[in-house]
Design a protein around this ligand. Structure first.
Ligand code: SF4
Length: 724
């Protein structure tokens, strides 16, 4: 088959043996990393309808986003033709040939003038494994650039960094999610699954029944409310003090002589320094720093101790989410959570553990196979000579031809169009105009490029800034695999054909690579690409070599799965951790305050997060009518004391202003937020709201994750008539 043959967008269906649209197709939800199982069945109106499917993670449940996902297939502003920006500054329809010529000309001109890194790539945690892998290869082999990173940097890079450091390997949940159900206690640090992934909360029922659900969150979120009525405890720290609270909990465990000393001696290194660091954080001092009452700290420690296996409990889990991570020192906070889990002897034990809830649909797989600026497929380091040689052999190139490490997302986005920075950017599966911190500056950077290429299926805020827009298929129109939050490789099955005019990214990258004179051909069949990914990952930490589409369609498999006979690895670290010594590494976390802290003129903390009926930037869910009216999800939760202080009532528009920008939203007066905080959902796009214009691009020095979760703002009544 030549690349010209591939110009047809509807070249085949049912490539992985799926049943097709006559009888329905088994697949998974397009959105979050829970990847709830669903079946797409033909409906009477000729469209597809969603039916939930039983699966261990969702147990037959779906949230509203999943139930309405088929509406995405019929959005009115679907992009079905390439577009290029004309001399007058307007986007107009173009042929694929014209779009490609515009891209190739700009890439060549930029690289001729400024070298290979004049071109950069920004990927996404929603791309299939096949596409995430191919995008990394396209950047490094066809474009020859070191500059590729992705929006997963915003999502869970701090947990990945802390997990890699402590355990030698990062898999969000190194155990099946369903294991949580048997635990006596579950500690959730900065996570709100009751809104972000509601079916997940079924696995918290056991801990709730036994009064052992503990939620750390400054806000009384829907998840925190699950602790009400004796189901557990809600600890509400001052924003930015999670690390202190976790040290205080560790202190309380140590003070109660509750550490699992046999486990620590056998399985952990560096414990002495961590225990010493916790000595000063006795509960009363922790209360002073965090605002969490000392008796609640002791009570939480008691619940965890009673659940711990060395104390005869049924098991305990410590789970972190974005609230712990999205800080300029989020890696330290996650490290403190891991230390607490180690003290209790939880990681690497059946029925107990530490894990992180991944957010984006393929946030796990998307970070394993080459989109990260410092990684090659299989979680290989791009600076490791052996790893480079292995991947180069699979790719059919010289190891020296693979560029070195690039720049993490925030740094990359900030360098766009600046002297010495990239002049051309490819964006695939991401919407940084909405989702990046200090998004107003990011939009300026995007506008300063010689050429912005965006592949998307709807005109997202980023696509609307592009010079070339490439229409691509969406979830139910593509074949591939996704890796869920528990490291299970799942089939994404094609249930319907994409509209005429749409072209798959695998084909786009193959055709562009050919036009750019790449030294090798790029596979376009997801089955072939996955097989190549398996070879590239073989022997790496995230080893997919034993999986293939047929096997995954039959039964999802947990990585690592090094060969066809291997049954996969649901539970990791049972015998040893993936560190060189086989022991977990306990690391003393730094205690560092909020980067953009309260001051005169900015006396309130802005907290950002998600709501039940929207997903990430909103580019998809804001277009689903059943999920709410445009603007419905723009609101500011304000405490009654704050409302009284600034003179606003429920519904009054308030202006929230940070050092970077301002944002207007109607007030929701509620005690769910602390008096020193205002909460705003960061979703946007449907009505162009840009809450992230306010957020702080300061990044974690280890992970590169920005401090989305907290910055200092002023809250005041909006001027009359302001509403957008
Ligand atoms: Fe499940 Fe997440 Fe989809 Fe909701 S958005 S149905 S929780 S996968």
């Amino acid at each position: 088959m030549t690349l010209t043959d591939l110009d047809s967008p509807q070249r085949r269906t049912g490539t992985t043996g799926t049943t097709g649209t006559d009888t329905g197709t088994d697949t998974h939800c397009p959105y979050c990393a829970l990847q709830c199982a669903m079946r797409l069945e033909p409906a009477d109106d000729g469209r597809l309808a969603v039916q939930p499917r039983d699966f261990p993670t969702n147990q037959g449940g779906l949230c509203q986003k999943g139930w309405t996902a088929a509406e995405l297939l019929a959005v009115r502003d679907r992009i079905t033709t390439p577009m290029v920006r004309d001399a007058g500054g307007e986007l107009r329809a173009a042929t694929w040939q014209e779009a490609y010529e515009r891209i190739v000309t700009a890439v060549r001109a930029a690289q001729r003038a400024d070298g290979p890194d004049a071109v950069a790539v920004f990927g996404g945690g929603g791309l299939t494994n096949e596409k995430a892998y191919s995008l990394g290869k396209f950047a490094r082999v066809a474009l020859g650039t070191a500059l590729i990173d992705y929006n997963g940097r915003f999502c869970m890079s701090s947990a990945a960094a802390a997990g890699n450091r402590a355990f030698g390997l990062d898999r969000g949940l190194p155990f099946p999610l369903a294991d949580l159900g048997g635990a006596d206690a579950v500690l959730l640090v900065g996570s709100n699954p009751a809104e972000t992934m509601p079916p997940m909360t079924r696995h918290l029922a056991g801990a709730r029944q036994r009064g052992g659900l503990i939620v750390i969150d400054p806000r009384h979120s829907a998840t925190a409310a699950l602790t009400d009525d004796g189901a557990g405890l809600h600890l509400r720290p001052l924003p930015g003090t999670d690390v202190v609270l976790l040290l205080g909990l560790l202190h309380a465990v140590i003070a109660a002589s509750g550490t699992d000393d046999d486990y620590l001696a056998a399985r952990v290194e560096g414990w002495g320094a961590v225990a010493a660091a916790a000595t000063c954080w006795w509960p009363e001092l922790t209360q002073q720093a965090t605002g969490v009452p000392a008796d609640q700290i002791r009570r939480a420690a008691e619940l965890l101790l009673a659940a711990a296996p060395h104390r005869g409990g049924a098991g305990a889990y410590v789970i972190t989410g974005r609230g712990a991570e999205q800080h300029a020192h989020g890696t330290d906070t996650v490290t403190a959570a891991i230390n607490l889990a180690l003290a209790l002897g939880l990681p690497g034990r059946v029925g107990s553990g530490y894990g992180c809830l991944t957010g984006q649909g393929n946030g796990q797989g998307g970070r394993e196979h080459g989109q990260k600026c410092d990684q090659l497929p299989g979680y290989r380091s791009i600076t490791d000579a052996q790893a480079r040689a292995h991947v180069a052999k699979v790719w059919g190139v010289d190891p020296d031809a693979i560029p070195g490490p690039g720049r993490p997302a925030v740094e990359l986005l900030d360098s766009l169009g600046r002297p010495g920075g990239p002049r051309v950017l490819f964006v695939h599966g991401a919407n940084p105009a909405v989702s990046a911190p200090d998004a107003g500056t990011v939009r300026e950077r995007l506008a300063s490029l010689d050429l912005l290429v965006v592949a998307d299926f709807v005109p997202s805020a980023t696509a609307r800034l592009a010079d070339v827009v490439l229409p691509v298929p969406q979830w139910a129109e593509e074949d591939g695999t996704m890796t869920s939050l528990e490291g299970r490789i799942l089939q994404r099955a094609r249930a319907t054909d994409p509209p005429d005019g749409v072209r798959d990214e695998l084909v786009i990258w193959a055709q562009l690579a050919e036009r750019l004179g790449a030294p090798v051909q790029f596979a376009t069949d997801p089955i072939e690409v996955f097989a190549e990914l398996g070879r590239a990952s073989a022997g790496g930490r995230a080893d997919y070599a034993g999986a293939d589409h047929e096997r995954v369609a039959r039964e999802p498999v947990y990585w690592p799965c090094p060969d066809r006979e291997h049954s996969g690895t649901p539970r990791m670290f049972l015998d040893r951790f993936a560190t060189p010594s086989g022991r977990a590494l306990a690391v003393v976390p730094s205690v560092v305050g909020v980067d953009d802290d309260l001051r005169e003129g900015a006396r309130t903390y802005l907290l950002t997060g998600r709501v039940l009926r929207q997903y990430q930037s909103g580019a998809q869910t804001a277009r689903v009518a059943a999920l709410g009216r445009p603007g419905e999800h723009r609101f500011a939760e304000v405490h009654p004391l704050t409302a009284h202080r600034i003179g606003v009532e429920d519904g009054t528009p308030v202006r929230i202003t940070s050092a970077r920008g301002s944002f207007v939203a109607p007030t929701r007066v509620t005690t769910a937020v602390r008096p020193d905080c205002v909460f705003v959902p960061f979703h946007g796009d449907g009505d162009n709201q840009f809450c992230n214009d306010l957020t702080n691009p300061a990044t974690d020095p280890v992970s590169g994750m920005p401090e989305f979760k907290v910055c200092a703002v002023d809250v005041s009544p909006a001027e009359h008539g302001a509403g957008t």
